[in-house]
Design a protein around this ligand. Structure first.
Ligand code: NCD
Length: 311
């Protein structure tokens, strides 16, 4: 099988076939020693990645930087758009057109849904969506799938719950689509006002995948193989009083996990606020820090494929 990743934009997880996702995960596994700094790989020497972050980020930006550095490439960009010419009124289109003369690919995070797709229209270099508003976060999904795959020995047929802000959370939007490539038993656990958008649940059902929606985590915790927790996306609420009604609504703690299967894994894209009690960190269920590390080998794999460093 030959793969066609070279020079490609990564805008939505829906652009991936099952075979393509599996291939990224396979390549990611081979990147682990270099991701840990235990092996040397300079295959992206001379390549430059531009990181344009119009919204706060810790893991996504730093793991892209780490991935490039571990492969001998380099990074330029900004984490704070207030220091750029955007404050002078420069458009996203012009910003992207400029960056393409300084970099070989660009990662864009932006508060507006569809921003990465728009940027890709103006750029001749590959554009990677590092999160577009409440839209998609495809590279997070690849590392989430890698985490389930490596921790549970596979993805197919697992019982997976998505918990928290399923309305505004882009990580769970992308992940729900991606899980249909494998076929899992999906549970969406959220208060009624933060349930998954209907177009996504409808798509999941059309793929013939079992989906159960509830607001009670206690009801389903005992069945689960994977609990994917998300932060209530405060910054996306049009009305702060609506946020106050749901803030702190779920808290995963040791007491709740007493009813879980011993091998349940708890994931979270991070940052967490109060939805996972820190006492859970020391339990064997906690996989969110491993998940954050997995961002490095997965992004190394993706960058290598896009830059043609590996096939
Ligand atoms: C997430 C995001 O930015 O969508 N974080 C991340 O990329 N790891 C989740 C969040 O902000 O809650």
């Amino acid at each position: 099988m030959t793969w066609d990743f070279a020079g490609r934009d990564i805008l939505s997880i829906r652009d991936f076939s099952r075979g393509e996702v599996d291939h990224v995960l396979d390549v990611a596994r081979t990147m682990i020693p270099a991701a840990r700094g235990e092996a040397s790989d300079r295959s992206l020497q001379g390549k430059v990645l531009g990181t344009l972050f119009f919204e706060p980020s810790t893991r996504t930006r730093l793991s892209f930087e780490s991935a490039m550095n571990r492969l001998g490439g380099s990074v330029l960009g900004f984490a704070d758009p207030t220091v750029t010419s955007l404050t002078k009124g420069e458009t996203l289109a012009d910003t992207v057109r400029m960056v393409e003369s300084y970099a070989d690919a660009v990662v864009l995070r932006h508060p507006h849904e569809g921003a990465a797709r728009l940027a890709a229209k103006f750029a001749s270099i590959p554009v990677i969506n590092g999160g577009d508003g409440a839209g998609q976060h495809p590279t997070q999904t690849l590392l989430d799938l890698y985490t389930i795959w490596s921790e549970k020995g596979g993805i197919e047929g697992k019982k997976v719950a998505l918990l928290g802000d399923l309305k505004y959370g882009r990580t769970v939007h992308s992940l729900a689509y991606a899980l249909t490539l494998y076929g899992v038993e999906l549970f969406t656990v959220a208060p009624p006002q933060l349930q998954m958008p209907a177009e996504i649940t409808q798509y999941v059902k059309e793929q013939g995948m079992p989906l159960e929606s509830t607001s009670s985590l206690e009801e389903v915790i005992g069945e689960l193989d994977v609990l994917y927790v998300t932060r209530i996306q405060k910054e996306r609420f049009p009305d702060p009083t609506e946020y106050q009604k749901v803030a702190g609504i779920y808290r995963v703690n040791k007491r709740l996990l007493r009813d879980a299967k011993p091998d349940l894994i708890v994931m979270h894209p991070l940052p967490r606020v109060d939805e996972i009690d820190p006492e859970v960190d020391e339990t064997p269920h906690a996989k969110y820090f491993v998940q954050a590390f997995n961002g490095v080998p997965v992004r190394m794999a993706l960058l290598s494929l896009i830059f043609g460093g590996v096939e």
